[in-house]
Write a protein that binds this ligand. Sequence first.
Ligand code: SAH
Length: 232
Amino acid sequence: MNLNEFKVEVDKLGIKVTEEEISKLEKYALLLKDWNGKINLTAITEKEQVFLKHFYDSLTLVKIIDLSKIDSICDLGTGAGFPGVVLKIFFPNLKLTLVDALNKRINFLDVVVKELNLENVTLVHARAEEYGKNHRECFDVVTARALSSFPILLEYGIPLLKTCGHLIAMRGLNDSVDGVNALKVLNSKINNIIEFKLPFEESNRTLVDIVKISQTSLKYPRRYAEIKKKPI
Ligand code: SAH
């Protein structure tokens, strides 16, 4: 999608795009392309594709939650910063924490945060389940795009949330979360599911909003070896 198409589609999401935001996104796209030559960040670096599949796609989160009312947000397995960094550009009110298990991606994000003058961003090089041990009940919202199967993602994300906080999973085709045992074990429930197609290329997208009902048992999250061997 070209810049004009981007503005039109984002406007349909209820977000007015300013020139400052566009200039930040253009800088971000250049950094992505530049760094991708050195370290593996993403398969997508062509500008119009980046604007559609990374920038616009990240912003579709607003279809399921109003971010102007949110204080703290944690993006798990953020990779090159999706959706976290894009959300921060459009919602500077957010206190954003970006978590990734690969340090080279965190190093890239450090440069992005500085070049784009983003404030109140915390970068964490850690595995989600380790970070979750020491940051329980901290966040209003946890996001994760393209990270793990539902039982595992829930065990990573729910412990980090405050009671009544939301875990928003961004996925391709709906790999149904209904009936997943981890929901009950982690005192959480499905609040909403939205399915739609990305404009232009028409690929499937699913947003799943899971709400935390009450505190998580100290048993969770477990160590990765256990999570993997025996998902809840
Ligand atoms: N959210 C990004 C990246 C998805 S790829 C996007 O949609 O473009 C998954 C990312 O999660 C990778 O960067 C990988 O390093 C990271 N990751 C995988 N397992 C993780 C874990 N347990 N904790 C933290 N990061 C993890």
